[in-house]
Ligand binder design. Sequence first.
Ligand code: GLU
Length: 400
Amino acid sequence: MPFLSTTLDRVKPSPTVAVTALAEELKRGGKDVISLGAGEPDFPTPSNISEAAIAAIHAGKTKYTAPDGIAELKEAICAKFARDNGLTYTPDQVSVSGGGKQVLYNALMATLNPGDEVIIPAPYWVSYPDMVLLAGGTPIIIEGKLEDGFKITPEALKAAITPKTKWIIFNSPSNPTGAVYTPEEIKGLTDVLKREKHVWVMADDMYEHLLYEDFDFATMAQVEPELYDRTLTVNGVSKAYAMTGWRIGYAAGPVALIKAMRKIQSQSTSNPCTISQWAAVEALNGTQDFIPTNNVVFKRRRDLIVKILNDIEGIECPMPAGAFYVYPSIKGLIGKTTKSGVKITDDETFVKCLLEDTGVAVVFGAAFGLAPAFRISYACSDETLVEAGRRIAGFCEGLS
Ligand code: GLU
């Protein structure tokens, strides 16, 4: 009898986490590595938020809490949904977890039975399909093509829905492409979903505040109120508040679903870190002033890296509207050979050689379901981007 669970045969380790760990390891070993792998802002957590956490420690707020979050945070989350998204929720409709990742995992574990299908538009965040597989479901991938701005059409969505469809996981602004659906484009999709009453919506709005073009963010339950009763609206403090390590994600949705998610959390991890929860209360209730300030910086970096990449022969990089990722295609480089004699057969080989030869760490496109491409997280300094661009250009020019 095997010692390890056969469930593990269905999934692979997270490639985004793996590349970050590998870059760290190489750095510790003395290699000059530029890590553009992890999707996390380089800004420090704003000091009002850190101070709230320190105050919580001094006030002795260091014990267990309710498994899915303190009342004060649930209230702050309800206020956030009302303020930013025009969505009315009560605290019993809210669940707080150790990052957006745990929220999504709980929701899938709480709802999927063998045979249930989950529609995932590609390119997708690496963990969606594997979480579905872990929970015993079947991922159904719809490809958002580069020429369509990486967005899916209502027709493609309709064609993917079967009687077995349980969820669609919808992520805009997108990790890994930075693509953002306009409210009108979302309406096109919700018009389809409105008629398919057995399909639930998991709206992953983690990058809500990171938007650089002149249109408003919209989420599915807001665009189509008829979907409110079968939508889980997911968000978190990691990206907008530079709080990735604090691990606070949250969601709001129908009470029965939230209760089921709480049951899973109560038997697995219990409450997310108490101190982080108090920090998140301050993040959501306190000043939001640094968000537009940070976005000016992100937008400048986006423009910089897109220009650098498009100047490289063989690379085509669309201009994303949000998040802090670019997703260039390397179609023009496939089949070429590196100076050290390795043939670039796919994007996984490309990123491996790029790291070995130049020390630039990025994530290969196949991990996100659309190849050949790679993802750069540009949440780092302009100087870092310029240096990374110089190395990538040198590497590509050296291909023959
Ligand atoms: N969401 C981030 C990324 O895509 C964090 C890493 C992860 O959990 O996948 O890089």
